[in-house]
Design a protein around this ligand. Structure first.
Ligand SMILES: Cc1cc2nc3c(=O)[nH]c(=O)nc-3n(C[C@H](O)[C@H](O)[C@H](O)COP(=O)(O)OP(=O)(O)OC[C@H]3O[C@@H](n4cnc5c(N)ncnc54)[C@H](O)[C@@H]3O)c2cc1C
Length: 472
């Protein structure tokens, strides 16, 4: 069996793992990164990313106290206060650190987007990542790691932690050629990106029909890290929420229709119904909430987004890579009709029920009594538009999962916590492998990049003793 020895062994070479690795190597530690995928440009969420740094859609340069408030508000008070404070304080610090490491940023089109990876990935073309944002970032990181004496070992899948009474001293796994390997390390950092692509693991906390939830991600997050950590005594938290978007149902058969164009802003202005013509959740909470709600239905593929011409013109064209006109241009199904009854017939929705549901909704919009609908419709985040101006639209929709919000329990030093709440010596976890910040009942989205980059930096500093010293 091949055996490796190092100070710091990192499982997964996305942004969180690479930052943890480089920061540790900057302090003179011997660092080895093990990446499951064998390809030179191994796909992961960090390579496909849109590249926008934000903290719950607020500028990361904002006052940290304000950012803590924003995190607590979007998560319904569910976030661990220490993690919320870490993200709020260090979002800008990690971006400055990345800039010193050679990563370039530009401003994005919206005011909270002060830092977007350059060259931008969010162009009006279909899934462009080569030579852009995350791709350039990961290649720059690998160069930096090598410069510091570390290395990235592709085609190495970690499978089991080496643990003795809760103290972790490395892990074992299998290489792409089928041969076993073992890594002995003083510190092991789990950075495998979440469990979204593992149907067995999302069945239950996220959905009852995993195969009917669209994988809007790199399909590399199998929850290996979480399972290894649990076997070694770690606690997990907030497994129920995911970050994702409402997509055209045709994404299952038409590769052009993911990761964009989302229907989030259309559904947040109009309504979502099942084929019985009835609403099933609060559209006013936005696209991430609705994606979670759709995934939670008995049949997640029985959903339609309903809009009228005004919504399609105003909200369908909002945001980068908007669905109007790209969704139909790229072959996504859009039913259009001059009456709601005809629309229902074209889409396969119960016509009388849809007409009645839209009528109730329009009356509530006019009377500003949307809270009295069943289910209630909120307006504090997104205005409810009447669905009144023909032609009317129905989009067969689905839930697209990007990453799971929950995972391994950590503290603000990224130490993995055991079931008794105490750290497991030798084990850290970072990025979307972790829980405690996002998720919970509210499924509040804080930001995959800010979470992954800050936890990566903090893990490296914890290993070097910098974080503890700085906070003492
Ligand atoms: C299309 C898209 C757009 C996005 N846009 C944004 C955005 O604009 N802003 C934002 O904040 N977030 C965005 N995100 C989310 C963000 O990109 C992710 O949250 C972040 O990149 C996750 O980083 P990570 O290091 O935790 O995981 P990953 O990047 O997924 O890396 C994990 C790595 O671990 C490897 N691995 C898995 N299992 C093992 C194992 N057993 N052994 C060894 N290696 C293993 C995987 O192969 C992978 O390379 C987007 C995501 C996607 C997919």
């Amino acid at each position: 069996m091949t055996q490796y020895t190092c100070d710091v062994a990192v499982i997964g070479a996305g942004i969180s793992g690479m930052i943890a690795a480089i920061r540790s190597a900057q302090g003179g530690r011997k660092v080895l990164v093990f990446e499951r995928t064998a390809d030179e440009r191994y796909i992961c969420n960090s390579r496909l990313t849109g590249g926008i740094w934000h903290c719950a859609q607020t500028d990361i340069q904002s006052d940290p106290d304000k950012l803590v408030d924003v995190i607590m508000t979007v998560t319904g008070g569910n976030a661990r206060p220490d993690l919320a404070r870490a993200i709020a304080s260090d979002g800008i610090r990690v971006v400055r650190w990345m800039q010193q490491t050679g990563i370039r940023f530009i401003r994005g089109p919206y005011d909270y987007q002060s830092f977007v990876l350059s060259p931008p990935t969010l162009t009006p073309q279909i899934r462009q990542w080569e030579g852009r944002g995350g791709d350039v970032m990961l290649r720059t990181f690998e160069g930096k790691l090598k410069e510091l004496g570390g290395s990235l070992n592709r085609g190495h899948r970690a499978l089991r932690l080496i643990s003795n009474n809760g103290t972790v001293s490395g892990f074992s796994g299998e290489a792409a050629d089928g041969k076993p390997f073992e890594v002995l390390a003083t510190h092991t950092v789990i950075a495998d990106g979440g469990f979204q692509a593992n149907q067995d693991l999302i069945n239950g906390p996220i959905t009852a029909a995993a195969e009917r939830v669209f994988q809007r991600n790199a399909r590399t997050g199998y929850g290996d890290g979480m399972q290894m950590a649990v076997a070694a005594g770690a606690a997990v938290t907030d497994l129920r929420g995911f970050y994702g978007h409402v997509l055209s149902r045709d994404a299952f058969t038409n590769d052009k229709l993911w990761p964009y164009a989302w229907l989030d802003f259309v559904v947040a202005a109009g309504m979502a119904v099942q084929s019985d013509g009835r609403r099933f959740d609060d559209e006013g909470k936005g696209g991430v909430h609705m994606a979670n709600a759709i995934a939670g239905l008995a049949d997640p593929l029985n959903t339609f987004v309903i809009a009228d011409q005004r919504i399609w013109d105003e909200r369908g064209t909002y945001n980068f890579i908007a669905p109007n006109p790209r969704l139909p241009d790229w072959g996504g199904t859009l039913h259009r009709a001059d009456s709601l009854a005809e629309l229902a017939q074209k889409a396969g929705i119960a016509a009388d029920a849809l007409v009645a549901e839209v009528d109730r909704y329009n009356q509530a919009v006019a009377a500003k009594s949307l809270g009295s609908l069943t289910p209630a419709r909120s307006t504090h985040k997104f205005d409810a538009y009447p669905i009144a101006q023909a032609p009317f639209y129905a989009f067969p929709a689905c839930a697209g999962i990007t990453y799971t919000m929950g995972g391994i329990s950590i503290d603000d030093h990224c130490r993995v916590l055991g079931k008794d709440g105490n750290p497991l010596p030798g084990l850290l976890a970072v990025g979307c492998a972790t829980g405690g910040l996002e998720g919970g009942d509210v499924k509040g989205y804080v930001g995959g990049l800010v979470k992954s980059s800050v936890t990566g930096l903090r893990a490296g500093e914890e290993i070097l003793g910098v974080l503890g010293a700085a906070q003492a």
